[in-house]
Design a protein around this ligand. Structure first.
Ligand code: G3I
Length: 509
């Protein structure tokens, strides 16, 4: 941990002890008490976070730091991550209580439109582009000084009828993809930290998913999409995004091959998004998750957890199920924390009130960090604690009480100063602002350059080699530059494999 991180936490905690009077949401349930600082009690009933090796223990406290008040984004920033965020969308904007948390930049530093940037809503009929809803999401993020992750361009779901019913040729579908991406990415040019350019191209066994894109273009739809996105916004990070690639299986290997395939065709891929739609008790250990991330960062990619939730298989969850969920969340977030090229975490809705899971998998759910009443769960406390622990250098094996003891040192050493201003660097080595602690308020004062998408000239972890796309691939000429050489599964366009289950898979279509 660098000195700037110490100072960041120090500044934060100077005003956070003995209590935080910043925004606080609901009240932590009995199983997820406040975060004890300096009480030395630590006498709670812990729940061991087995797979990660850390223990998420409850503790009674006399004075507590309210982890919900500090906020996940602020804690993530203290670790050098770029963001902790959530999906949201305009259909939820009239829920005032829900929006209060969405709007809290200390909690969420990046927003993702859950649906409104997809192909169907943005181009419902060919060449008729609609941006009113995603513009509203962007406006909210801008007003809150939050970043925007943009989602998604070439995906087999939520397609308009014209895409699924037209009798495409290679040339006409290529042109349609290019027009869609040019218009949508062009509209948001400069606003998006990143774009999920291609989403879910793979079956769970690592072969290519059958879709209108794959049927018509083979694997060429991948470089066609990435080349069009790069042209439309040179500064947005371009991601391949998928689920069930967390388990180091055939699908993981296929995702790696997709990156190579696109780059071999002259395209730019900057990152891979691990959606993280997990099931309790079936999540990789923190170490295993890190190891998978490193396979990708070794290719000069950044990685992120882009749609995190951990669903319960029976409802309502028991305390033991909630403890397991906390463990699983810690494994995922901790795995990201342990890898330098992991830039952040996004939850797929932060509250069970609006999770997509119950309607898709009836009888399951309760997958989010906050319950339906917007009260933080044990999983919230666990995630906030693992972020605080890492930022303060307390060993991952520490209990919450131990972490509290670690924080106490920082609080104590800052006590001579009633207010502090500490600079913080992001993991691109850029100064991203200061923590201003003044009495009752704690805010991470992050300058505008971070959150409005002004990334020009600071490619961060993206190496020059991966953005030196000078060659062009076939974009409608009919030649297939990538299909034949692909080592990924079946690329004959006739693949109707619906995927298999590779140990620990969380969900599939
Ligand atoms: O917009 C229509 C509305 O006009 C209509 O009245 C209503 C009736 O059901 O449907 C609305 O569309 C729904 C849309 O969400 C917006 O609410 C769709 O039916 C529904 O299928 C759609 O579900 C979304 C799903 O993607 C679509 O496949 C979920 O909210 C969204 O959470 C989910 O997100 C995906 C990611 O994009 C990619 N990774 C997996 C993840 C979960 O499936």
């Amino acid at each position: 941990m660098g000195r700037s991180t110490h100072l960041f936490l120090l500044g934060l905690l100077a005003s956070a002890s003995p209590f935080v009077s910043a925004q606080s949401y609901g009240s932590l349930s009995p199983a997820s008490p406040g975060f004890s600082v300096g009480s030395g009690s630590g006498s709670g009933s812990g729940s061991s976070s087995g797979s990660s090796g850390s223990s998420v223990a409850a503790s009674s406290s006399q004075s507590t730091i309210d982890l919900a008040a500090i906020g996940l984004h602020t804690l993530a920033k203290a670790n050098g991550l770029l963001f902790f965020g959530t999906a949201t969308d305009t259909n939820l904007f009239n829920d005032t209580a829900y929006m209060q948390i969405v709007n809290d930049r200390n909690m969420f530093g990046i927003l993702v439109p859950e649906n409104s940037q997809k192909w169907q809503p943005t181009e419902p009929t060919q060449n008729d582009f609609q941006f009113a809803n995603p513009d509203r999401v962007h406006s909210v993020a801008t007003a809150n000084q939050q970043m925007l992750r943009c989602h998604t361009l070439t995906w087999f779901q939520q397609l308009p009828t014209f895409v699924t019913t037209t009798a495409w040729t290679r040339a006409t579908l290529t042109a349609a993809i290019q027009a869609h991406i040019a218009n949508v990415v062009g509209h948001f040019r400069g606003a998006c930290y990143s774009w999920d350019v291609v989403n879910e191209a793979l079956n769970d066994n690592g072969t290519f998913r059958n879709s209108v894109f794959f049927e018509t273009l083979g694997t060429d739809f991948l470089p066609i999409s990435f080349l069009a996105a790069a042209q439309a916004d040179p500064n947005a990070r371009l991601y391949y995004n998928d689920f069930n690639i967390e388990f180091d299986n055939n699908k993981t290997a296929a995702a790696l091959s997709i990156v190579k395939l696109v780059r071999a065709a002259g395209g730019r891929v900057d990152g891979v998004g691990f959606q993280g739609h997990m099931t309790t008790g079936q999540t990789p250990s923190r170490a295993a998750m890190s190891a998978v991330f490193r396979k990708f960062t070794a290719l000069n990619l950044e990685v992120a957890i882009t749609e995190l939730d951990v669903r319960q298989t029976s409802l309502p969850p028991t305390p033991a199920q909630e403890a397991q969920q906390a463990t699983d969340y810690v494994s995922m977030v901790g795995g990201c924390l342990d890898v330098e090229g992991c830039v952040g975490v996004v939850t797929w809705e932060y509250t069970d009130r609006y999770s997509w899971i119950p309607s898709t998998f009836p009888g399951t759910g309760a997958a989010c960090l906050f319950d339906e009443n917007l009260v933080p769960k044990p999983a919230y406390t666990a995630v906030a604690s693992v972020l605080a622990a890492k930022a303060t250098g307390v060993p991952a094996s520490a209990t919450i009480a131990g972490i509290g003891a670690g924080l106490t040192g920082f609080v104590a050493s800052s006590s001579s100063s009633s207010s502090s201003v500490a600079n913080s660097n992001n993991n691109n080595g850029q100064n991203v602002g200061s923590t201003v602690s003044s009495g009752s308020n704690t805010k991470a004062n992050i300058p505008a350059a971070e959150f409005i998408g002004n990334f020009g000239g600071s490619p961060g972890l993206i190496p020059a080699s991966s953005v030196s796309a000078t060659s062009t691939t076939n974009t409608g000429s009919g030649s297939s530059s990538a299909t034949g050489s692909s080592s990924i599964g079946n690329s004959n366009g006739g693949n109707s494999n619906t995927g298999d289950s590779n140990g620990g898979g969380s969900y599939g279509y």
